[in-house]
Design a protein around this ligand. Structure first.
Ligand code: LLP
Length: 422
């Protein structure tokens, strides 16, 4: 029944006497009128504040996981705030470089880096490569033998810790396509091989236990498990991945970046780890910085069953409900403090029944066709996982700050949909 919890909105969100939402000093309904919908609205002050919090806690080791949301403006913003960037493909590498981020501030990830991706990373001089397989070690050695500069590398390890999260985004368990298993001895072999190789400089190990993890004790447990392996190596760096969870819906509460840092620091100290600790948060930087605005197109009452509210986007701009069963809230930016007694299902415009944005959304009674409806906490893995399914063009993205909205990704046009046809 109650209005949306303010904690799910970006930091600069404010509700005026007219009950309308402003973010970054911009009237949100006005943004929809100006830029069209669906629209991703990012609060720039929120992004900067999260990045600063990460840098304050981890210094040089604060690295933004670009997969959560990336465009040139985002890469430039996190770089300006002092974060490095984790790029997980040649494409992410390309965007970060195009944004002017120095290669030395980039870390290349991926369980199947191609020779081409590695060649570019070496030639531009990325700061670190996180090695994920023996085949990759072979490729790096061949490239260096052919004249490429030798990189600094970390070896990715799967510590065998099962984080409490969705099974699709769990990555620390032994049965994983990522990294080298600790228990099997594969990690020790990979480290020995990298150490012996003149084609690379091994500077540390890396472990990522999963994504959207709420329990800080899972991270502490990973540190404990890693310690016996890491301490005797005496390497200067330890990267503990990303994965800090965020609250998406009422009733959820996530730890802050500073709380995460404190738990990691304590766990490392207790385990006798003196390496510099780095992390790669994506979601915790970007998720609650943004909301998505949609226009309500149809409201269908299915007698005795439920009400379907269809919006002008859907699984093409937010596949998370379909992929992971993720929950979201919905509200009307024209009436933020309104009671929300009506239960509806918010669905997209795609040709499949699974195209649901919010299974049981609570909305004000007077919700009507033409309303701008918003879903908060859509800043991570929304736009970055967007598709053009059903040839629905991908939404635009604006950054708002100080009363101004800056278009950072333009809306895809119908002609863009033909761009790749040969
Ligand atoms: N570092 C590594 C090595 C990763 O694999 C990931 C996420 C991160 C950092 C960043 O994790 P974060 O801090 O954002 O949780 N599409 C899924 C999430 C997949 C994450 C994959 N790797 C979702 O929408 O929940």
């Amino acid at each position: 029944m109650t209005p949306l919890r303010p904690g799910l909105l970006p930091l600069t969100a404010e509700v005026g006497a007219d009950d309308r939402l402003r973010v970054g000093g911009c009237d949100v309904v006005g943004l929809a009128a100006e830029h069209g919908t669906p629209l991703f609205v990012y609060d720039e002050a929120h992004l900067r504040s999260r990045a600063r919090e990460a840098v304050a806690a981890f210094g040089d080791g604060a690295t933004y996981a670009a997969k959560a949301f990336l465009c040139r403006a985002m890469a430039a913003l996190v770089h300006e705030e002092g974060m490095g960037i984790d790029v997980a493909s040649g494409g992410e590498l390309h965007v970060a470089l195009a944004a002017g981020v120095p290669a030395a501030r980039l870390v290349l990830h991926g369980n199947n880096k191609s020779e081409g991706e590695l060649a570019r990373a070496l030639s531009v001089g990325v700061g670190r490569i996180v090695v994920d397989s023996l085949d990759e070690l072979d490729r790096i050695e061949a490239l260096v033998a052919a004249g490429a500069p030798a990189p600094r590398v970390l070896v990715r390890i799967t510590p065998g810790v099962e984080a409490h999260t969705h099974v699709y985004v769990m990555t620390g368990q032994a049965d994983s396509k990522f990294g080298f298993g600790l228990a099997s001895g594969a990690a020790a072999d990979a480290v020995a091989r990298a150490q012996a190789s003149p084609a690379m400089d091994l500077v540390g190990v890396h472990a990522h236990i999963g994504s959207n993890v709420f329990l800080l004790s899972s991270f502490a447990q990973a540190v404990e498990v890693l310690a016996d392996f890491v301490v005797p190596l005496g390497l200067p760096e330890l990267v503990l991945g990303g994965g800090l969870g965020v609250a998406y819906v009422e009733g959820e509460d996530a730890p802050t970046i500073s709380e995460w840092a404190a738990v990691l620091a304590k766990a490392c100290a207790e385990a006798g780890i003196s390496s510099r600790v780095a992390v790669e948060p994506g979601r915790a930087i970007a998720a609650d910085a943004a909301l998505t605005l949609y226009t309500v197109g149809t409201i269908k009452e299915v007698a005795g069953i439920r009400t379907y509210v269809s919006v002008d986007g859907g699984m093409s701009d937010n596949p998370r409900p379909v992929l992971y069963g993720s929950g979201y809230e919905a509200f009307l930016p024209r009436a933020v403090a309104a009671e929300r007694p009506r239960s509806v299902r918010v669905v997209g415009k795609h040709c499949e029944s699974g195209d649901v944005i919010v299974h049981q959304a609570r909305v004000p009674t007077d919700l009507q066709v033409g309303d701008i409806l918003a879903t908060p906490v859509t800043g991570a893995y929304g736009h970055s996982m967007a598709s053009t399914y059903n040839k629905v063009p991908r939404p635009a993205v604006v950054f708002v700050a100080d009363g101004r909205a800056r278009l950072v990704v333009r809306r895809e046009t119908l002609d863009d949909l033909l761009r790749l046809d040969a």
